[in-house]
Design a protein around this ligand. Structure first.
Ligand code: G3H
Ligand code: 13P
Ligand code: ZN
Length: 310
């Protein structure tokens, strides 16, 4: 199967009530691990790269590796997506390089500016058959020690969501309902605002909803990093049960980067500590790749519900 847009994937996910994992990639091992997991789970998958990941890996390398992965697993529907596109130029570069989907992240702008800039990307993308994810609302960071009123103001406003989608023509919408990027998402108990999600779904029932900052920050992986010389104390993410509920409640795309970073780092750390004489990169990258594969497969089969949905 060639690269597909997320449009086809989301149609099925919305009809059948599951979510598709969007996993951040920046090297060969990560791409192989995700694609092997998708093949094993018989799951559609979105490979996504941020602008800094594209700078790191270089766009031609990324595209060639994705092409190779598709050749190896022709049965897996795959979309290649720009994550957090910062401006029109980056989105255009990715569209011209063959990406099937791009995100324009205008969440740092005010409502009107976000609409204006998102629409510019939508117009170009649609003229090339590419779909656009936009963002409305601001993801919280636990450093932002805000009071309840201020933190409420960061969640996506359902009324604004309806107007935003109508005026921009975006194909999917990333919303803020309590998640945040990175390994430190919650100080106390993990909690997402499913009430806001429900209201948004009522206002824009045909628009696929995207959840950013959705890593579980898998305790086993954090412990493994810390056991082998890491120092990541008090990390906390979104538990599987909450993500499973989100998948069944109208979230169509779930973004995961931190859990892959933890898996890779845990795998590498373990070998380097247990075998201090090892210096062949394959010696530590092979178990690291295996851990990423296990992590992704678990999410697809047991959490997002995308297993056996090819
Ligand atoms: O949401 C952000 C992703 O985790 C990508 O992060 O810009 O460091 O590649 P990055
Ligand atoms: P995490 O940091 O929770 O993995 O979120 C990744 C993400 O949202 C990428 O866009
Ligand atoms: Zn994100």
């Amino acid at each position: 199967m060639p690269l597909v847009t997320t449009k086809e994937m989301f149609k099925k996910s919305m009809e059948e009530g599951f979510a598709i994992g969007a996993f951040n990639v920046n090297n060969m091992e990560i791409i192989q691990a995700i694609m092997d997991a998708a093949a094993e789970a018989k799951s559609p998958v979105i490979l996504q790269a941020s602008s800094s990941a594209i700078k790191y890996a270089r766009v031609n390398y990324l595209m060639k590796m994705v092409e190779a992965a598709i050749e190896e697993h022709p049965e897996v529907p795959v979309a290649i997506h720009l994550d957090h596109g910062p401006d029109f130029e980056t989105a255009k570069m990715c569209i011209d390089a063959g990406f099937t989907s791009v995100m324009f992240d205008g969440s740092k702008y005010d409502f009107e500016k976000n609409i204006e800039l998102t629409k510019q990307v939508v117009d170009y993308a649609h003229s090339k058959g590419v779909v656009v994810e936009a963002e409305l609302g601001k993801l919280a960071g636990i450093e932002d020690d805000v009071n309840v009123d201020a933190s409420d103001a960061m969640y996506t406003d359902p009324d604004e969501a309806e107007e935003f989608v109508r005026r921009t023509g975006c194909d999917s919408l990333a919303i803020a309902i309590g998640t945040s990027h990175g390994a430190y998402k919650f100080k106390g108990e993990a909690k997402l605002r499913f009430d806001i999600l429900k209201e948004i779904k009522q206002r824009i029932p045909n628009t696929p909803i995207v959840l950013h900052g959705a890593s579980t920050v898998i305790p086993k992986l954090v412990e493994m990093c810390n056991k082998y010389g890491g120092d990541i104390p008090g990390a906390k993410g979104v538990p599987d049960e909450i993500l499973n509920e989100a998948s069944k409640s109208g979230v169509s795309k779930i973004n995961v980067d931190t859990d892959l970073r933890l898996a890779m780092t845990a795998g590498i750390r373990k070998v380097l500590v247990e075998e201090p004489n090892a210096f062949d990169p394959r010696k530590y990258l092979t178990p690291a790749r295996d851990l990423i594969k296990q992590t992704v497969e678990h999410k697809m089969k047991d959490v997002f519900g995308s297993g056996n949905k090819i």
